[in-house]
Design a protein around this ligand. Structure first.
Ligand code: BGC
Length: 727
């Protein structure tokens, strides 16, 4: 075993002093491994490159034995015995999958976000992994963009809370613990604002949008101690993020105080040539290093290009050493020098795995958003005798995983069919696909229609395949793919004629543009991709075992032409309200979303009243309490989620329509009342002035509280912000 234990910075310096240039570049290189029947292999390389020190880090290595073997080669057979950093995209679980991130965002619950990250870290660390390329913090207001599924949705405020919770969950209390992972906040910065939602397209956002929307989640991750950050593939106003010294060294390191490792995105350094800012790998490597990127993920540009870049004087040895120092320090913080085999040393107990699946079921059910529920079509009657499941997602276990599945097996996921059969053992649960997810064959529709007859409810399971969202999966037509609309319309007609309620469940990595379905289905649910317990989680909701509590973290458009859409847009001089010929509207569509941010029904029936702001004035150091009475006038116990927004009527910079400041939840029995109190720190109300500097402006602030960002339904109160104490 390695004799070096360089927790002490002087030891890292000694180690750097002993390293050859190749060994240094090896520490700045991360290569992709994969697994064959004969064992692990590294694309385009051999394990000999680990032995020679040319490769110091790996990704995509799955399985504790493979990780241990690679680690052994690095530690016992390389000259300096420096352990590998092994990373993987553990995005929403490793073997046990939790809901895809956009679905998890619908919980609005930082404790749950932290808990699923903690469990994911345990499971991945037990496989020898030490770094996860998560959390993804890209705010997206454009459902065309496939990666919307990986992120927090449209609100920077939510993204900030999610960032802190995820970093806490993955990294635990001690990064060196055998069950902690180094988190990687990605993709810095503003990747979610790609032009027209097209993957990898150019980003050109204002300085203000950058500071108000896109950077704050990363600031929150840095404040939470995130170990690493990944620059985005995209360019920001012409400067690729991988080469953006102003953003990486300036904003991220100097302004936000980030001292950790910057790991490039996959092949992104070499792609600086495609961007058109580097002539060859030498220039590409020099640009990235100068910008502050420490680890080259798979492009080989550092290994191949930096020696020549040094010779040409494009980079200095100090810059290389600086990056090596950061990588070695992270390895030391991860405890890899103390014991490189600590992760993956012990298999997890069956009890831990069982507990994790229970968590996946609970979080899965809480991620599901009940968008409509006409005449209380849901929950299904407890004595239901016959239910028909129709659609290509009804018996599609592998699709339930969503676009990132780490090491999760396709058949370890519970389909809707399996979940419903388990939940309704005395009922007949029939099933027909009708059509494929995306094909053009509609010959199965007739047989599916036959199964509707005699059912007491039809559950239509529609949506996207797991790979229709995520990276490289932008959609210009984010509706139902293939022939699913034809199937749905036929089912709605057939069932409608027989007065059978049709419950439509959407599996998707984005809000789908389906106003026609929302209009006609008895109930509509957004299930996103619920993870390994999908079928059980959905059955819990449909049967009423669990009352729905998920809230959409992103607005649902009525039409693609409304995109981008979010609750915080500025009013403008001719606002949406009041409507008029010259107000900010469309002549052919409502300007409002189909479902606003925060929307989601429960099986209770909540009313909010008696908004109070106490005290109703204060200075920067004060925290006021905003409280509201909540009553459940429904017939079932349920949990209500309440959002606290503010709006400034007048400010130096035109204020957004709504700014989110808090979210609270309260569970109430039928007929019960309760008070929900949300603290509002006045310091939170600082905003960026015309000079982009944060300042607290005195004046009246409207306080708005309600069950979603639907402005028409918010209770309102006032708060007077003072800059000087009352005399
Ligand atoms: C993605 C990253 C991911 C990386 C490693 C890239 O294509 O953009 O989000 O972490 O691959 O798999």
């Amino acid at each position: 075993m390695n004799a070096l234990k360089p927790r002490d910075p002087r030891r890292i310096e000694t180690l750097i002093g002993r390293m050859t240039l190749t060994e240094k570049l090896g520490q700045l290189t991360m290569m992709a491994a994969s697994h064959t029947v004969t064992g692990p292999v590294i694309a385009g390389h051999s394990v000999g490159d680990i032995r020679s020190g040319r490769i110091g880090n790996l990704l995509n290595l799955i399985g504790a034995a493979a990780a241990r073997e690679m680690q052994r080669i690095a530690v016992e057979e390389s000259r300096l015995g420096i352990p590998l950093l092994i990373g993987l995209d553990v995005i929403h679980g490793h073997r046990t999958l939790f809901p895809a991130p956009l679905g998890e965002a619908a919980l609005f619950d930082p404790e749950a976000w932290a808990l699923t990250a903690r469990e994911s870290a345990r499971e991945a660390a037990a496989d020898g992994i030490a770094m996860t390329f998560a959390p993804m913090l890209d705010v997206s207001r454009d459902p065309r963009w496939g990666r919307t599924v990986e992120g927090p949705g449209e609100s920077a405020w939510v993204a900030e809370r999610l960032a802190a919770a995820k970093v806490r969950g993955y990294q635990g209390d001690d990064l060196a613990a055998a069950d902690s992972l180094a988190a990687v906040a990605k993709h810095f910065c503003a990747y979610g604002a790609v032009t027209a939602g097209r993957e990898y397209a150019s980003v050109d956002v204002s300085e203000r949008a950058l500071l108000e929307v896109h950077m704050p989640p990363f600031a929150a991750a840095v404040a939470a101690g995130v170990a690493a950050v990944m620059p985005a593939f995209t360019d920001l106003a012409g400067i690729p993020m991988t080469a953006h010294a102003g953003m990486l060294r300036g904003r991220l390191r100097r302004q936000l105080g980030f001292e950790g490792v910057l790991v490039s995105d996959y092949n992104a350094i070499a792609e600086l040539i495609q961007h058109g800012v580097a002539a060859d790998l030498v220039e590409a490597a020099a640009l990235a290093l100068e910008a502050g990127v420490d680890i080259d993920m798979v492009s080989g540009a550092y290994l191949q290009g930096l020696p020549a870049a040094l010779e040409r004087g494009l980079v200095s040895l100090e810059r290389i050493d600086e990056a090596v120092r950061r990588v070695l320090s992270l390895k030391a913080r991860l405890g890899l020098f103390d014991d490189p085999y600590r992760r993956g040393a012990a298999a997890e107990s069956a009890a831990a795995l069982g507990e994790r699946r229970r968590l996946a079921r609970d979080v899965g059910a809480r991620s599901i958003v009940l968008l409509t529920n006409r005449d209380d079509a849901l929950p299904l009657a407890s004595d239901i005798r016959r239910v028909t499941l129709i659609g290509p997602l009804a018996d599609a276990p592998a699709e339930m995983r969503g676009p990132w599945w780490s090491a999760a097996e396709p058949d370890a996921q519970i389909s809707v069919l399996a979940g419903m059969r388990a939940a309704l053992p005395r009922a007949e649960v029939l099933h027909a696909c009708g059509v494929d997810i995306a094909g053009s064959d509609d010959s199965g529709i007739a047989a599916a229609l036959e199964l509707c007859d005699g059912a007491q409810a039809v559950v239509l399971c529609l949506g996207e395949a797991a790979t229709m969202s995520g990276e490289a999966a932008s959609r210009a037509h984010p509706g139902l793919p293939g022939r699913q609309r034809k199937l749905a319309e036929a089912v709605l007609e057939r069932a409608g004629a027989r007065a059978i309620p049709v419950i439509a469940v959407l599996f998707s990595g984005r809000p789908l543009v389906v106003p026609w379905l929302a209009e006609r289905a008895a109930a509509l649910l957004a299930a996103w991709f619920p993870g390994c317990e999908a079928g059980h989680a959905l059955a819990d909701i449909l049967t009423g075992r669990t009352s729905p509590s998920g809230r959409t973290p992103i607005s649902w458009p009525r039409a693609v032409g409304q995109i981008p859409l979010d609750f915080g847009q500025r009013r403008g001089g001719r606002p949406v309200d009041p409507p008029g010929p010259f107000s900010s509207r469309y002549i052919d569509e409502s300007p409002e979303p189909l479902f606003p941010f925060g929307h989601g029904l429960t099986y209770g029936r909540f009313t909010l009243s008696h908004l109070r702001v106490v005290p109703d004035s204060g200075t920067e150091s004060a925290t006021v309490q905003v409280s509201v009475e909540v009553e459940n006038q429904g017939r079932r116990r349920a949990q209500e989620t309440v959002f606290l927004f503010t709006r400034r009527l007048k400010s130096r910079v035109a204020p957004p329509l709504l700014e989110l400041r808090g979210v609270g939840r309260i569970a109430l029995d039928p007929g019960a009342r309760g008070t929900l109190t949300l603290p509002l720190a006045i310091a939170q109300l600082r905003s960026l002035g015309p000079d982009l500097e944060p300042a607290l402006e005195p004046g009246a602030i409207e306080i708005l509280v309600g069950a979603s960002a639907n402005r028409a339904a918010l209770l309102t109160g006032w708060l007077e912000v003072r800059t000087t104490p009352e005399s």
